[in-house]
Write a protein that binds this ligand. Structure first.
Ligand code: GLY
Ligand code: MN
Ligand code: MN
Length: 432
């Protein structure tokens, strides 16, 4: 792993701060049950700036005339390392991750009293972790008490996440390389799932195939809990039960992506359990696919964030009228929001270290413009619950098609095209 990108990002943040001190904690370990923890996942902002994945660590950056980067982390501990494995310890971590200084995390409070003194601004993710908030504010109060000896505490606190979110929104080359690879692993997992699926299997058996493909390519964890939803389950947007038996004649919706080196991928494919779309399924599927194509075509530099959503919506609304799900003109269906009964979510989100990644969607009260280096998902869908005047042949059809799209100078690049999505491609692959 090259540390150059992390050093560059720290320098860039320090420059944006101008003056003051930034404190960025990593995520706490979380107990699952008894003495067992959930798999540890570092904090995205902390990792973005450090490349350091151990728990119990803290990053301090000082801006101004003599900028400084400091890591606080766990000390070496022979006994603990016998049980839990290697830990860097401050000296090796400083060397390996390119910090100016590194200290044991146990010295954090004491050292911070000195470091905070006479800093005009504190950049800190206030509200991220209440235990840390209390601790930081207590330390700030301790600095305040030194006022008679001429030491001032920062009288301004700025949420450092505002700066970091804007940085993270634009992916650098190093990040894009990982995201391409994450996308590649996830697309092969979707292909594997399509080839594996048969009637009478359980959803969790298909999930196991996805996880196997992720893990065997070095992506130990999914970026979010996979949704493996057969038949009517696909109409439950956040279905994660994944325990129903698959029926021939139903569709299977899979929303799954791996996390690789801290970066997410996010793909949805919908395909027939028995390998062949029925006429009704195909009719709905082609509408969602056309909506996705229109949205991807609208995801270009200079277009605003909502342009892909608007484009998808027009195609969906027209399709819903053709299917007799909605009535009236396209404009009316959109204006009255009649489409929302069948399409109730938005067409995408930023993608990066977090699956719903950081970054503002609006600027000055308007949708922001798309720019090269941004990565977003494009994921229109259609979810037809029974009832009302819905034609019976469409009941319980739930479809979403989701890809990860990088905005480039010339337009865009879909990172996840290797997962089949045309009716022919899907049926061909499932025949094999
Ligand atoms: N998998 C989460 C999403 O599509 O937003
Ligand atoms: Mn998504
Ligand atoms: Mn998804």
């Amino acid at each position: 792993m090259s540390i150059a990108p992390y050093i560059e990002r720290r320098a860039r943040l320090i420059k944006m701060m101008g003056r003051g001190i930034a404190i960025i904690p990593t995520a706490p370990e979380v107990m699952r049950n008894a003495d067992t923890h959930y798999d540890y996942r570092h904090d995205s902002n902390f990792y973005y700036l450090s490349g350091f994945a151990e728990p119990e660590a803290m990053l301090v950056l000082i801006a101004g005339d003599t900028p400084q980067t400091i890591l606080f982390c766990r000390e070496k501990n022979q006994e603990r390392e016998i049980w839990d494995g290697h830990r860097y310890g401050p000296d090796a971590a400083r060397e390996r991750f390119g910090f100016d200084e590194a200290f044991p995390i146990t010295q954090f409070d004491e050292k911070l009293v000195d470091l905070l003194g006479n800093q005009p601004v504190l950049y800190y993710p206030l509200g991220y972790n209440s235990a840390w908030d209390k601790r930081i504010l207590r330390i700030r109060s301790a600095v305040r008490e030194k006022v008679r000896s001429g030491v001032r505490a920062p009288d301004q606190i700025i949420d450092v996440r505002a700066l970091l979110s804007e940085m993270r929104l634009f992916k650098d080359e190093f990040e894009l390389e990982i995201m391409h690879r994450a996308a590649e692993i996830s697309t092969s997992a979707h292909r594997r799932a399509m080839q594996f699926t048969r009637p009478d299997q359980y959803e969790y058996q298909v999930e196991a195939e996805l996880l196997h493909e992720f893990c065997s390519h070095g992506a130990r964890h999914p970026a979010y809990t996979p949704i493996v939803a057969g038949g009517a389950n696909a109409c439950v947007l956040h279905y994660v039960g994944n325990n129903a038996k698959l029926k021939g004649g139903d569709l299977l919706l899979i929303d799954a992506g791996c996390e690789l080196d801290g970066y997410a991928s996010d793909i949805t494919r919908t395909f027939p359990v028995n390998g062949k779309f029925s006429t009704a399924q195909k009719d709905v599927y082609e509408i969602v696919l056309a909506a996705q194509a229109a949205a991807i075509a609208a995801a270009k530099p200079g277009k605003h964030w909502n342009a892909p959503h608007d484009a998808a919506l027009r195609v969906l609304a027209l399709g819903f009228i053709d299917l007799k799900l909605c009535r009236g003109s396209v404009d009316r269906v959109i204006e009255k929001e009649d489409y929302k009964r069948f399409y109730m979510h938005r067409t995408g989100h930023w993608l990066g270290m977090d699956v719903h990644d950081v970054g503002d969607y609006m600027a000055d009260g308007k949708w922001r413009k798309l720019e090269p280096g941004m990565v977003l998902t494009i994921e229109p869908g259609c979810y037809i619950r029974p009832g009302g005047k819905v034609p019976k042949k469409l009941w319980n059809i739930g479809i979403r098609i989701e890809d990860d799209v990088l905005i480039t100078a010339k337009g865009n690049e879909t990172l996840t095209n290797a997962a089949p999505k045309s009716v022919t491609e899907i049926e061909e692959l499932m025949k094999r």
